[in-house]
Design a protein. Structure first.
Length: 180
């Protein structure tokens, strides 16, 4: 069966191996430990292989909600898992780390966003790929560019070109922190 939930290659009947990009962030509690734990949970996901983890970046919050600074990373993976399964895994990881959604774009223990899955374009009720605001978020693009300097965001172009048009002053690399 093909479609937004199964991501099956119609010719082979198998799910293709694709690069999937996750953005992780935390601005409550022990932010670094939450990122470390969420990365470990991604690593433990059957069918998902981590191929790169960015440096940790400290990021000023985006939007009008008063909140502490975030720690952010990007995790690049390879997988044959369907996009919806990856989204469900991301949401399960957030739940495991007590993510509470009281205020939209508000403070959180951990945020695990599925940014892109290969060249997949999807505009579903539960999942939009690529992430609808990734192209304008330096806290996603800067760490992603570090891991994959030649990466492109489907429908928006090269990450390097997108970064050239963004203010990156609120995104600071933390060389004293490293995700294992």
């Amino acid at each position: 069966m093909t479609g937004e939930y199964f991501d099956v290659d119609t010719l082979s009947g198998m799910a293709p191996l694709r690069v999937a990009v996750f953005s992780l962030g935390s601005n409550l509690g022990d932010r670094f430990e939450y990122l470390q734990g969420a990365t470990g949970a991604l690593r433990a996901t059957p069918g998902l292989k981590i191929t790169g983890i960015s440096s940790v970046y400290e990021t000023s919050p985006v939007g009008d909600v008063e909140q502490p600074d975030f720690l952010n990373i990007v995790v690049v993976t390879e997988s044959t898992l369907p996009s919806m399964v990856m989204l469900e895994r991301a949401l399960a990881i957030e739940d495991a780390f007590n993510r509470v959604r009281l205020v939209p774009r508000g403070p959180r223990t951990v945020d695990v966003d599925l940014i892109a899955v290969g060249d997949r374009v999807l505009n579903g009720e539960q999942l939009t790929l690529p992430h609808p605001r990734a192209h304008e978020r330096a806290f996603v693009l800067l760490p992603w560019h570090e891991v994959e300097p030649d990466a492109e965001l489907v429908g928006h172009g090269r990450i390097a070109d997108l970064l050239a048009g963004l203010d990156v002053s609120g995104v600071r690399r933390r060389d004293d922190l490293r995700i294992e």
